[in-house]
Design a protein. Structure first.
Ligand code: GAL
Length: 418
């Protein structure tokens, strides 16, 4: 993503902690740009809107539909280029740094320090929220990307266990296809192709190989035989989706698993938010398991505040930042969103088995060096490099391109994006 602003705002607005506005001389307000518009997502962001209002804030909602956030990113760039930035926006990963470098973000260090964010956030995640030593974004959650979701009844009816290897996945898919069940519910949108790709890549390259390829952009790994095997598996999985997959929204694919039309979906645990919103019970109606292979692909949603004038807006930014990382919000929001709290001191007693599996795997991956930033969801790379990879992945998935040609296209696309 390249953001070229005319006369970027120099310096950063310093946001006082919300306590500084406690005497009520400013009425907190915020216009918030985000892309949480599906059933589960909307229920989750409503939690934030309600808490904001309960604390005297006036929330102006600016939802931009489109899973994965590409459309929201385009809308945000247009707003900022026009000199009309929202008060806050859903921005995450290296994109936070890109916006910071344009000089348009507010400094929320006072809120972060008043609320001890350094003491309650995992170090790797806190790093994403800081810009040159200041705090420039407030983290909301930890989503895991590398999940397989399944319809429990369909699997049982076909004598299938949750796959723990890609060979087992392929064998299960063949059985399901023969039984007339769509093996893999998928939405043919580039970010969804990328989501499946990175889960497959983690399983076949391993954690170290994934880090070399998609964090370090190591060309030997990108051009390796293992990467050819990743595209081979993607070609195999292309044969497991239905004829109407192209353009399908991710939550409609989740609905296909919910209603038994399809058996599996490979998607981040925002999909669990859809199951929960429909009243489905994990372990009974649907199953969750990490995709084959060792590791944990994290995707941390966050809000960045823009350098805007006005005490009311700055009070709104302080309140929003404080609420987002607050203990009560962290539990209620993440119960709805399908993610787990980003705070390390929030008990998971009220969370389900998928969430506790995620938390356990995250801790184990952190210990084992296999806790990795999702490339498909903007945590590992800046926009140009991530986009180069995704362009290749979706071109391969939607053509008869050979794995060898895909690897060459991948290497060329990355080289041209640097
Ligand atoms: C991700 C985002 C999640 C989820 C998903 C689908 O990029 O981090 O919160 O909403 O897109 O829209």
């Amino acid at each position: 993503m390249t953001i070229k602003l005319l006369g970027a705002v120099s310096g950063m607005a310093i946001i006082a902690s919300s306590a500084a506005f406690a005497d009520g001389h400013a009425a907190p307000e915020a216009e918030v740009l985000h892309y949480w518009t599906s059933g589960g997502e909307a229920r989750s962001v409503a939690v934030l809107q309600e808490e904001f209002a309960a604390n005297g804030g006036t929330w102006t909602d600016m939802p931009v539909a489109g899973g994965g956030g590409d459309a929201a990113g385009t809308a945000l760039r247009a707003r900022v280029l026009a000199g009309n930035a929202p008060t806050a926006a859903q921005i995450k990963g290296p994109a936070i740094q890109e916006w910071y470098e344009e000089g348009v973000l507010a400094d929320i260090s006072e809120v972060a320090e008043a609320n001890n964010w350094s003491g309650i956030l995992p170090e790797a995640i806190a790093g994403h929220m800081q810009c040159d030593g200041t705090w420039c974004a407030a983290p909301v959650n930890v989503h895991r990307v590398d999940w397989i979701w399944a319809n429990a009844e369909v699997l049982e009816a076909n004598g299938i266990e949750m796959p723990t290897t890609w060979d087992e996945f392929n064998a299960a898919a063949e059985t399901l296809q023969a039984a007339g069940v769509i093996p893999l519910a998928h939405g043919g949108q580039a970010w969804q192709d990328a989501t499946v790709f990175e889960a497959v890549a983690l399983g076949i390259l391993g954690a170290d190989g994934f880090r070399k390829a998609f964090v370090e952009l190591d060309m030997d790994t990108i051009k390796s035989d293992d990467m050819i095997a990743v595209f081979d598996q993607m070609r195999t999985m292309r044969g497991y989706v239905d004829d109407n997959f192209s353009g399908r929204d991710w939550n409609l694919a989740t609905a296909m698993v919910m209603n038994g039309e399809a058996a599996f979906q490979i998607m981040g645990d925002w999909a669990k938010g859809e199951f929960m919103a429909a009243g489905k019970v994990p372990g009974e109606d649907f199953l969750c398991l990490s995709t084959p292979g060792d590791g944990f692909l994290y995707n941390v949603d966050s809000f960045a505040m823009f350098a805007v004038d006005g005490d009311d807006k700055q009070a709104g930014q302080a309140l929003l930042a404080e609420l987002v990382v607050g203990e009560s919000f962290q539990e209620v929001f993440n119960l709805n969103k399908g993610s787990i709290p980003v705070r390390t001191d929030v008990a998971l007693d009220n969370f389900d088995s998928c969430a506790t599996l995620s938390a356990d795997d995250m801790a184990a991956s952190n210990e084992g060096g296999s806790l990795l930033p999702s490339y498909a969801h903007g945590m590992a790379l800046r926009g140009a490099q991530a986009g180069a990879i995704t362009d290749t992945v979706t071109a391969h998935f939607n053509s008869d391109m050979s794995s060898e040609d895909a690897v060459q296209m991948l290497a060329d696309a990355i080289a041209n994006s640097l």
